[in-house]
Design a binder for this molecule. Structure first.
Ligand code: DC
Length: 222
């Protein structure tokens, strides 16, 4: 039997990260935050001031990227020996990640790195193309979304809590622009896997989302 995978796809800010981490903890499975792989590459691209259309240099950067994930109480990510956990959350990093994610050559290099996370006892994989491209044979697939305004409001609250200045209408615009780029790109666009459970988290809590997902997972797995 193949190693079990639950894929959770959807746009930025729908709550995928929180739900996936809770689910992985509950099941005792591994967790793949695929967005953080694209974000780590974006940090490399920004550090070296590479042009986001310079495919060859970005592919080289992706191939040489030395990434280490430490899954303790909180996820910590190191790139070439440097802790980049804090930088990963920056808006500029997310926007650059979305721009380089349109490049099929880059996606191809990152594909195997993501598939390597599929180890026993199982994996919860969070991203945009987990159920469609990276793990098309996943046993369980979820598509988690929320309205752009709700997602921007959540992001605004998070930034304010961290003492970072933010503007709600700017955040909403950025989210809509990112959604458009992630959904309209030719390579592995954000789309709903045909066999996915669709959940709109706009008006329900994270725990209600988790309960919906757990209800489709067979008793033997839980
Ligand atoms: O989930 P996130 O916001 O951390 O992802 C950042 C960007 O990375 C997102 O805008 C598009 C890209 N991405 C992707 O193309 N495919 C994935 N599986 C995950 C992220």
């Amino acid at each position: 039997m193949s190693i079990p995978v639950i894929t959770i796809d959807g746009p930025s800010g729908a709550g995928k990260g929180t739900v996936s981490r809770l689910l992985a903890k509950k099941l005792g499975w591994h967790y793949l935050d695929s967005g953080s792989i694209y974000r780590s590459l974006a940090i490399g691209v920004l550090n070296k001031a590479l042009d986001v259309t310079d495919v060859d240099s970005i592919v080289t950067e992706a191939m040489e990227m030395r990434l280490v994930f430490e899954c303790g109480e909180a996820l910590r990510v190191c790139l070439a020996g440097q802790d980049i956990t804090q930088q990963l959350a920056l808006e500029q990093v997310g926007n650059t990640a979305s721009k380089i994610a349109v490049l099929p050559e880059v996606r191809q290099v990152l594909l195997q790195k993501q598939q390597d996370f599929r180890v026993l006892p199982g994996l919860v994989a969070d991203g945009r193309d987990m159920g469609t491209v990276v793990f098309p044979d996943a046993q369980y697939k979820v598509y988690l979304t929320a309205s752009a305004l709700k997602r921007a409001e959540r992001r605004y609250k998070q930034l304010k809590e961290k003492g970072i200045d933010a503007n709600l209408s700017r955040l909403t615009k950025d989210i809509e622009e990112r959604d458009r780029r992630d959904s309209e790109r030719a390579a592995a666009p954000l789309s709903i896997p045909v066999d996915a459970l669709f959940i709109d988290s706009s008006d329900i809590t994270i725990h209600a989302v988790l309960d919906k997902i757990l209800s489709i997972i067979s008793i033997e797995t839980v």
